[in-house]
Write a protein that binds this ligand. Sequence first.
Ligand code: SF4
Length: 174
Amino acid sequence: MEGGVEGFALLTDLTQSVLLESAPQLLGDDRERSALDEITVRLGPGQIVERGPKEAIFAAPRHPYTWGLLQSIPRLTQSKDEPLVPIPGRPPSLILRPPGCAFHPRCPYLEESHKRIVPELEPVAGAPGHLAACLLPESERAELWARLQAGDRPEEARAAVAGTTPPATTGDVA
Ligand code: SF4
């Protein structure tokens, strides 16, 4: 099953210190399979940034960290020419959690206030069971993800949504 395979690929991304509870067909008993057909995306222990039905997470993720994960790992549905996009920076310290949004030191969509305000998990409109913790307006996140899906780099997507010019780049990070 495609979602399960992708879920497995996400589970293997432990180098990012990510714990993805995923793929009920891989984890849990029969009861959990029927009740927990969902993915939880964590920055680290206790730091859930997104949760929802696996179809929603793969088709319409609403958190920049999930976008980074999905773009940084190979998927079976991915074209050979489609580049992987690494998530910059290091996973957050388990001891010294950054203030505000814990993903802010690595987030390409950071705004100043995100360094102070801790986002709460909030429902995604029109998507039962889908929750995300990001301070950007949901409509903006939807547009950003659409642009990333269309091939924009994060800085290009951000500039396009903001109506500005993307900063010059010196090339991909290996
Ligand atoms: S709240 Fe800001 S820093 Fe945190 S994930 Fe959302 S855009 Fe990025």
